[in-house]
Design a protein around this ligand. Structure first.
Ligand code: B4P
Length: 193
């Protein structure tokens, strides 16, 4: 199995690059953002609770997203690997993921972080907001709140994987194809190790 975490701030291109990477490497794409938006679209109790938090730029409780990942892993027992996109976002989520993978006798192979400057991120998210209908992308105050949450709660996750010597950063600015090429170079190297 090969398990990758694509890491980075909101709007850094995790979703965009994940779609391309899973096509090339045959991994199962697990995006907690997408899973939550599906719950919202179906108006489930979980979705209704998640929407009120996401609209304010806050994180959904750890136990909710960990539960979603647990059932997705169970659902794809024969996968040759997973690409985790937007998860883990807290230390508690990172620890829970390690435990879940350990139970399946596997682990995280590598974490690749997309580095993008804050002003570029804001422009990307506001642009997406014009067409996506995502309420967390239309208001600059909410976007800035998401960055604050990222800096406070998610950047410690980078330290967690740095300590485990699994963390690597790549430049996340440039065209989508240029960034994809860089990611593929890193992936090809890691898969040979
Ligand atoms: P997510 O759905 O994970 O999304 P994201 O961080 O906003 O975006 P991403 O980095 O995937 O950007 P994308 O490729 O789309 O999170 C949304 C919310 O869900 C969170 O705020 C939180 O509330 C909740 N949530 C999710 N996971 C959670 C968890 N584990 N725990 C708790 N809460 C959780 O790119 C953004 C835009 O940039 C797109 O429009 C794209 O077209 C554009 N773009 C991409 N690459 C580009 C490039 N190279 N140049 C120019 N534009 C580019």
């Amino acid at each position: 199995m090969f398990n990758l975490i694509l890491f980075g701030p909101p709007g850094s291109g995790k979703g965009t690059q994940s779609d391309k990477l899973v096509g090339k490497y045959g991994l199962i794409h697990l995006s907690t953002g997408n899973l939550l938006r599906e719950e919202i679209a179906e108006k489930t109790p979980l979705g209704i609770e998640a929407k009120s938090l996401m609209d304010k730029g806050q994180l959904v409780p750890d136990e909710v997203v960990i539960g979603m990942i647990d059932s997705s892993l169970e659902h794809h027992k024969d996968a040759k690997g997973f690409l985790f996109d937007g998860f883990p976002r807290t230390i508690a989520q990172a620890r829970a993921l390690d435990k879940l993978l350990e139970l399946k006798k596997t682990g995280i192979n590598t974490v690749i972080s997309l580095d993008v400057g804050e002003e570029e991120l804001i422009q990307r998210l506001l642009n997406r907001g014009k067409t996506s209908g995502r309420s967390d992308d239309t208001d600059e105050i909410v976007i800035r709140k998401r960055f604050a949450v990222y800096n406070n709660e998610t950047t410690p996750v980078a330290e967690y994987y740095k300590k485990a010597r699994k963390f690597q950063s790549v430049k996340g600015e440039g065209t989508v194809d240029e960034i994809f090429e860089t990611l593929c170079r890193v992936m090809d190297k890691k898969m040979k190790q």
